[in-house]
Design a protein around this ligand. Structure first.
Ligand code: ATP
Length: 213
């Protein structure tokens, strides 16, 4: 099955499956049932079975799934073998935190270039990542074959930068600004609005209480 035929919700669960399967494999576990997986990753077993069936991975009754085979398979889909270079635009408080966060320990991506307009940090190395002037954006994206960018700039400049990133060849933007971006159809945007997430959580806690909600 082609990757683009996989439902988005399933695709979002793949890295979670992958991480847990890796833990199992490292612990020497060779097979796992959808119920065991369900306990660990907190998706119900039916969802897991349906997700896996999209990939033609069908567990055997009384045996479950072969951990290594699943890992190899998901690893290929997730491109674990190729490390994706990611750009970060806006090295403020949030940008700095993400640079320090170091994605590549648990995933196949790492921030390889950061960009800012602040002369105090341009041409410095922050958390091991070079910070370039915004003037170098297009050149670095092309030279480093960067396909994904993280946007942690003030909202008023976010659209402008999204335009530049798209034009420079970026196909994915992880948007931490509250602005909803307009992008060409070949660019995918994933919005991460932390303030909104926290407010949603507070709303549920205040209105429906804790875990039982
Ligand atoms: P945050 O916590 O959201 O990162 P902050 O207070 O640290 O906020 P912001 O004013 O949100 O800083 O700016 C984030 C970063 O984006 C700063 O380092 C700023 O220099 C940078 N920045 C501002 N405008 C641009 C721009 N047009 N292009 C690139 N970087 C920019």
């Amino acid at each position: 099955m082609a990757e683009h035929d996989i439902p988005r919700a399933t695709a979002k669960r793949l890295p979670i499956y992958y991480r847990y399967l890796k833990l199992l494999l490292d612990a020497g576990t060779t097979r796992v049932s959808s119920n065991e997986l369900s306990d660990a990753v907190k998706f119900d077993a039916a969802t897991i079975r349906r997700d896996f069936s999209y990939f033609g991975a069908l567990g055997k009754r009384g045996y479950g799934y072969d951990v290594k085979a699943l890992m190899t398979f998901f690893g290929e889909i997730l491109n674990q073998d190729t490390l994706a270079s990611v750009a970060l635009v806006g090295v403020g408080n949030l940008g700095q935190a993400l640079l320090n966060f170091n994605f590549h320990q648990s995933s196949n991506a790492r921030i390889s270039a950061a960009f800012d307009i602040n002369e105090d940090i341009v041409n410095t190395i922050q958390a091991g990542v070079p910070v370039y002037s915004l003037d170098d954006l297009e050149k670095q994206i092309s030279d480093q074959r960067i396909d994904v960018a993280i946007l942690t700039v003030p909202a008023p400049v976010a659209q402008d930068l999204a335009n530049r990133l798209a034009k420079a060849g970026v196909h994915g933007i992880l948007n931490f600004t509250p602005l909803r971006l307009d992008v060409p159809s070949d660019v995918r945007v994933q919005n991460v609005d932390l303030t909104n997430e926290l407010q949603t959580l507070l709303y549920f806690i205040n209105n429906f209480g804790g875990a039982e909600a």
